[in-house]
Design a protein around this ligand. Structure first.
Ligand SMILES: Cc1cc2nc3c(=O)[nH]c(=O)nc-3n(C[C@H](O)[C@H](O)[C@H](O)COP(=O)(O)O)c2cc1C
Length: 205
């Protein structure tokens, strides 16, 4: 991988909804597909990662990137991480942001902030940039049940061109493990991004 040119960067923001594994697996799958991955992890997401997985990620972006490179087998420089208020990061501007951003998992807090254009941290700003530039924006919320606030924000985001892809795995592929459930969602995200994968057979295959 180190010798090959990397494919277009994809931004992955992991926020503090349950389902940290979806986001971590998505990073791995993008790395395996040869993409550069630009990662942002919210403060709450660090807590969720610690609660739900055995993964420990340092808070400092450079060290976080190194830890993600080591766990995913990425090439040096294939993963970049940006801090909460790193307003100089390329994702903060239409001139530097990648063509696609995925917020996975997406907390209802971040969902609401994106729907209303709050831009109070770099994740929210990067999503705001994706919307204003008409780039691909995929949000993977995990909450149940959903309130009218959540549903209204999802509807307005859909109308703005974002894709709401709930972390709601199907069972028709007969999942035997938690990894199978996680891969179901990650496969759906990769399908949206138009990225080839072998995580799951496509319907009818
Ligand atoms: C273990 C844990 C699980 C959580 N699960 C969810 C969840 O499934 N969905 C959600 O919207 N928020 C969930 N939260 C709450 C969010 O983390 C919280 O609202 C936070 O402010 C979100 O901030 P962020 O969007 O900046 O990550 C959870 C928090 C913790 C600690």
């Amino acid at each position: 991988m180190a010798e090959q040119a990397l494919r277009r960067p994809v931004t992955v923001a992991i926020t503090g909804a349950s389902g940290a594994q979806y986001g971590l697996r998505l990073v791995e799958a993008l790395v395996a597909a040869g993409h550069e991955v630009w990662v942002m992890i919210s403060k709450a997401a660090h807590l969720v990662i610690e609660t739900e997985t055995d993964v420990t990620l340092p808070a400092r972006p450079e060290r976080m990137a190194q830890a993600l490179i080591e766990r995913s087998g990425a090439a040096e420089g294939q993963i970049r991480c940006f801090g909460r208020e790193d307003w100089m990061a390329p994702v903060a501007s239409g001139s530097g942001a990648p063509s696609a951003m995925v917020i996975c998992p997406c907390s209802t807090g971040t969902l609401s902030a994106v729907a209303t254009g709050a831009s109070n941290n770099l994740i929210e700003r990067a999503a705001d940039v994706a919307l204003k530039e008409r780039r691909q924006l995929i949000l993977v919320p995990r909450e149940t049940p959903l309130s009218a606030i959540h549903l209204e924000h999802m509807l307005s985001l859909t109308r703005m061109g974002a894709v709401i892809l709930p972390a709601a795995p199907g069972f028709y592929h007969r999942p035997a493990t938690v990894d199978d459930l996680v891969d179901f969602i990650v496969a759906r995200i990769l399908n949206q991004l138009g990225i080839e994968h072998r995580l799951l057979p496509r319907w009818g295959e």
